[in-house]
Design a protein around this ligand. Structure first.
Ligand code: VG1
Ligand code: CO
Length: 550
C-alpha cells in the first residue's frame, strides 16, 4: 500500500539548501510534512522518472544521533520504500558520521545517501536539525543539484509513503518493507578499514604504546565517539579514556559540538592541565571537522592543511605524492606556498565541500581543506575529522618530532600566515544584508583608498568557474587586499538557522623568524580595524566585538 499524501499548495517556500544541506530549527522540521516535502524533492530531483526514478536503487541513510534523528529515519525509510528503492543501508542505531556516509556510498556503489545532521550546530528540541544529500561519488550534492532540489520543493504537490510500523534500528541484519530490503550495518567497520589502508597503524600503535605520549580526543558527545573508541583505543591501543565525551548524546551534552578553542573547552583544559598531553584533537557533530593541538600549541586549521600537504608522503596512502591541492577562498594562503614548492596546482574554491568534488573526481587534487576546521582527501568525498587526526599522528611518528616542532619548522621554511576569523552571530538579517549590499556596490571604488592605517590595493566579489564542468558561482565573498599584503574577506554564513551570521576572515604573511610567535590578534589588528571601518560593521550590526574568534 502506497498512500500518497497531498500537500496543499507550496506550504514550505523556505527549503533552500545552504552551504551544507538544509538546516532549520527542530520545531520547523517537525511541522507536518516539512521533512517529507524535502525528502520527496530530493528523490524527484536526483532520481527523475526519465532516469528510471528510484526503482531498485540503493540508498544509504544515517545521522549524527542528534534529537529527531531516529524519528526522521523512520519517515525516510517509509518514503524510500514507497518510492521504490531496492535497498537501504542504515548505520546501526541510525548513526553515521559524514565521512563514513561518504565511504559507504562509494564502497557499496550506492546511488546516494541521505545524511541527517546540522553538523556543528547544537542539537535538542529547541536546537537544530538538518538534511543533506550526497551523490553517487559520495560527495555533497553540487549546486546544480541543490538548485534542482529547491525547485522541486516549490513545485511539489504530493509525497509517497507507506503505512507501517517502525523498523528496529538497533538490530543488525536484514528486514524488508514493501519490496525494499533494509540492512542495518556497523557504522564504523568499513570506514575504519579504509583508514587502515592510508596510515601506518603499526607505527601509530607503537607511538601510542609509549606511555610518555599521552593524547586526548574529545568527541564532544557527538558522532565520532564510537569511531574514535574503535580506531584509537581498540585498534591502535591508546589507553582507555583517551576518548572523552565519547557517547553520542541527542543534545550533545548541552554544548556546541564545534571543535574550536571556544567550544572544545574540556580538551583545552586537559591540554593545559597539570599533566600536559602531547597531542589533542576534537571533532564536530557529524565527524567531518577536526581541531588539532600539540603540547602548548593550538594549530590553526589553515596551517594544519598546509602541513599535511607538505608532509603527505610520510603516510603510506600518500607516498606517491599529491596530484594537486585545493582550499576554500577564505582559507589562508599557507597551502599555496606548499603547492608552489611541490610544483603542483592549488585551486581556490568557494566555501563548502561540494566545490571540491569535481576536482577530486577528475584526479586534479588529492588533499583539500577549509579554514573552518575541515580537511580531507580523495579517500572519500567529504572532509574527515578522524582522518586528519591519524594523519597528524602518522607524521609525528615518522618525523619523530612533536607537533609543536613540526609547526615551527614549517613556519621557518615557508613563513607564517597569520589567520583569524571573527564571527558576528544572530545579527538582524536586514542590517547584515544591507552592509554586504553596500560593500558590493562600492567595491569598484575601493582600490587606492586609505582605510585605517592601511591602503587598499584591490577588492572583488569572489566568483568561481569550476575547471571541470564549467559551472559558475558568483557572490561568494568580498575580498579586500591591502598594500601590506594582508587580506580581509567578508561573507554571510549559509549554515545558521537564526538570523544572519557575518564572518570576517583576515590573514597576513610574515616571513621574519623573529616575528613568528607573536599574538595572532595583535598581528592582524590593523587589517581587522581597516576591514571593520570599510564595511561599517559597528554601524550596520550595532556590534562592537565578534561573538566568536577562531
Ligand atoms: C560553514 C563553514 C564552511 C563549511 C560549512 C559546513 O559554512 O564556514 O567552511 O563547509 O560550515 O561545515 P558557513 O556558510 O556557515 O560559513 V559542517 O562541518 O557544518 O558540514
Ligand atoms: Co560537520
Amino acid at each position: 500500500m502506497n498512500p500518497v499524501k497531498t500537500i496543499s499548495s507550496n506550504p514550505f517556500a523556505d527549503q533552500k539548501p545552504g552551504t551544507s544541506g538544509l538546516r532549520r530549527k527542530v520545531s520547523v522540521f517537525t511541522r507536518d510534512g516539512y521533512l517529507e516535502n524535502f525528502v520527496q524533492a530530493i528523490f524527484r530531483a536526483v532520481f527523475p522518472e526519465t532516469g528510471g526514478g528510484c526503482r531498485g536503487k540503493c540508498l544509504i541513510v544515517g545521522g549524527d544521533g542528534r534529537y529527531y534523528n531516529r524519528q526522521a529515519i523512520q519517515i525516510i525509510v517509509r518514503m524510500a520504500a514507497a518510492n521504490g528503492f531496492g535497498k537501504l543501508l542504515i548505520g546501526r542505531g541510525g548513526l553515521l558520521s559524514t565521512p563514513a556516509m561518504s565511504c559507504l556510498i562509494r564502497k557499496h556503489s550506492a546511488a546516494g545517501g541521505v545524511m541527517l545532521s546540522a553538523s556543528h550546530n547544537p542539537g535538542g528540541p529547541d536546537a537544530d536539525f538538518g538534511v543533506k544529500f550526497n551523490g553517487a561519488n559520495g560527495g555533497p550534492a553540487p549546486e546544480a543539484v541543490t538548485d534542482a532540489i529547491y525547485r522541486e520543493t516549490l513545485a511539489i504537490r504530493e509525497y509517497l509513503t507507506l503505512e507501517s510500523a517502525d523498523i528496529d534500528l538497533d538490530r543488525p541484519g536484514l528486514t524488508y518493507l514493501g519490496g525494499m530490503e533494509i540492512e542495518m550495518i556497523d557504522p564504523v567497520a568499513d570506514y575504519a578499514a579504509l583508514l587502515v589502508e592510508l596510515f601506518d597503524f603499526d607505527k601509530i600503535s607503537q607511538l601510542l604504546a609509549n606511555r610518555r605520549f599521552h593524547m586526548c580526543f574529545d568527541a564532544m558527545h557527538a558522532i565520532t565517539g564510537p569511531y574514535a573508541i574503535e580506531i584509537l583505543e581498540r585498534q591502535l591501543g591508546a589507553e582507555p579514556g583517551t576518548v572523552i565525551n565519547g557517547v553520542p548524546d541527542e543534545c550533545f551534552g548541552g554544548g556546541h559540538p564545534d571543535p574550536n578553542l571556544a567550544h572544545a573547552r574540556e580538551l583545552v583544559e586537559r591540554m593545559n592541565g597539570d599533566a600536559p598531553l602531547a597531542f589533542g584533537a576534537a571533532s564536530d557533530g557529524d565527524g567531518d571537522r577536526n581541531l588539532i593541538m600539540g603540547s602548548g600549541c593550538y594549530i590553526n586549521p589553515c596551517d594544519s592543511l598546509a602541513i599535511l600537504a607538505a608532509n603527505a608522503r610520510l603516510a603510506p596512502g600518500y607516498r606517491e605524492g599529491l596530484a594537486g591541492v585545493a582550499r576554500s577562498m577564505p582559507t589562508s594562503r599557507a597551502l599555496d606556498r606548499v603547492a608552489r614548492n611541490l610544483g603542483i596546482p592549488c585551486y581556490e574554491t568557494p566555501t563548502g565541500w561540494k566545490f571540491f568534488g569535481n576536482l577530486m573526481d577528475a584526479g586534479r587534487i588529492t588533499i583539500c581543506g577549509e579554514e573552518s576546521f575541515g580537511t580531507g582527501s580523495n579517500h572519500v568525498r567529504e572532509k574527515d575529522g578522524l582522518w586528519a587526526v591519524l594523519f597528524w599522528l602518522n607524521i609525528i611518528v615518522e618525523s619523530r618530532k612533536p607537533a609543536r616542532s613540526i609547526v615551527r619548522e614549517h613556519w621557518l621554511r615557508y613563513g607564517r600566515d597569520y589567520f583569524t576569523r571573527h564571527d558576528y552571530e544572530e545579527l538582524d538579517a536586514g542590517g547584515a544584508g544591507e552592509m554586504m549590499g553596500r560593500l558590493r556596490e562600492g567595491i569598484g571604488g575601493l582600490a587606492g583608498r586609505g582605510a585605517g592605517e592601511l591602503q587598499i590595493a584591490g577588492a572583488d566579489d569572489f566568483a568561481y568557474t569550476d575547471p571541470v564542468d564549467g559551472s559558475h558561482s558568483e557572490g561568494q565573498g568580498i575580498r579586500i587586499f591591502f598594500s601590506d599584503d594582508s587580506r580581509a574577506v567578508f561573507r554571510l554564513s549559509g549554515t545558521g538557522t537564526a538570523n544572519a551570521t557575518l564572518r570576517l576572515y583576515c590573514e597576513k604573511h610574515e616571513s621574519d623568524p623573529a616575528r613568528m610567535e607573536f599574538d595572532t590578534q595583535r598581528m592582524l589588528a590593523r587589517t581587522l580595524a581597516a576591514a571593520g571601518e570599510i564595511a561599517g560593521i559597528a554601524e550596520f550590526t550595532g556590534r562592537t566585538a565578534p561573538d566568536v574568534i577562531t
